[in-house]
Design a protein around this ligand. Structure first.
Ligand code: AHR
Length: 344
């Protein structure tokens, strides 16, 4: 299996030249895109990126479908795209399981499917042409290693009580980030996982879950591991409403928050130290997907998996890099300029 890394982290920009139609190629390509929904700022940025890259007036005719967080809607959308005889199907799957039949139908109709962001778990990998997305478990491992190193650098060797707000259960982003935290808890005897609940990647649910955890565990909580920025916004609201403070001074009652995505708002909270660490997950799939479609149009074979490169941001300077599985990853010291460059 060939793996390709596309640089995008920390800069956010991918410049792709407008494709020129070559001999034997169609003038207009009809593309069906099944999007998960609009649960988070990250998701909205992903939708904007795909819609603008495949925008009207370009060579593509995009049929966009918002599944409103329901897999059954995504399956209906795939069947509708097949009926419409689209040239390509783009799928960002809400969860990993349950795709075999719909993807088999697409294959039987000869329509290539490109999966992006989250993965599909199918027996027959030939049911989709290619996948492009994040290494979610690596994101989680980088976050956990930063936490471990942060406490080490601070000389803090006491117990750390953790609550965990998970993403949509069964989504690749949840599976990978949760696996990384659970492994870190097993490897760090002082880390105690008090509770895990899904926040569905939304601010409203993140707040509800945090309120519930605060009611049950109160000031025993030292750290909240939020699986995306929107959950972190909800957790921050709940912590403040309970009269408590987000921050890294856990010895004096502050609750440390770590998050994923690194959206503009998430980075604002990271710049002022409300979020201690933000691990990037890039939503800019538009140009990446046009590039993959154009490669297929040129008759090129795509790598089965393409991983996107991502960064990590903190305003706390104690840890400037982390090592995961023998590889060193830089932690970018967060500044106003970094946020100003962020498009979403
Ligand atoms: O699959 C990517 C995840 O889904 C992002 O972390 C989250 O914000 C989104 O809703």
């Amino acid at each position: 299996m060939l793996t390709v890394f596309l640089a995008s982290g920390c800069g956010d920009r991918i410049d792709v030249e407008s494709p020129t139609v070559q001999e034997g190629q169609k003038e207009t390509l009809t593309i069906g895109f099944s999007q998960v929904g609009s649960e988070s700022d990250w998701r909205m940025a992903s939708t904007t990126s795909v819609r603008s890259a495949f925008s009207e007036g370009s060579r593509y005719n995009l049929i966009y479908d918002d599944a409103q967080q329901k897999q059954e809607n995504q399956i209906k959308a795939i069947r509708k795209f097949i009926d419409q005889d689209v040239d390509y199907i783009l799928l960002d799957p809400i969860t990993e399981s349950g795709w075999d039949s719909a993807l088999q139908e697409a294959r039987d109709s000869g329509i290539p499917v490109i999966v992006c962001d989250r993965r599909v778990a199918v027996e027959d990998k030939d049911l989709y042409t290619a996948w492009i997305g994040s290494d979610f478990e690596l994101e989680g491992k980088r976050a956990c290693e930063w936490i471990r190193r942060f406490f080490e650098e601070k000389g803090y060797h006491e117990a750390v009580n953790i609550v965990h707000i998970q993403g949509t259960l069964g989504a690749t982003a949840q599976i990978g980030r949760s696996a990384a935290l659970e492994e870190a808890v097993r490897n760090n005897p002082k880390w105690r996982l008090l509770d895990q609940q899904t926040g569905e990647f939304t601010q409203a649910r993140g707040r509800e879950v945090m309120e519930d955890m605060l009611k049950r565990f109160g000031d025993r909580i030292n750290l909240v591991f939020c699986e995306n920025d929107n959950e972190a916004y909800g957790a921050i609201e709940a912590i403040r409403a309970a009269g408590m403070r987000p921050g890294t001074d856990i010895e004096n009652g502050e609750i440390m928050i770590v998050s994923f995505d690194s959206t503009r708002k998430g980075l604002e909270y990271t710049l002022d130290g409300t979020i201690a660490l933000n691990t990037e997950c890039s939503p800019l799939y538009g140009p990446r997907l046009t590039e993959l479609v154009d490669s297929l149009e040129r008759g090129e074979k795509l790598p089965k998996d393409t991983f996107v490169e991502e960064g990590q941001f903190s305003t706390y300077s104690e840890v400037d890099s982390v090592q995961v599985d023998g590889k060193e990853y830089e932690v970018t010291p967060l500044t106003r300029e970094v946020i100003d460059e962020r498009a979403y």
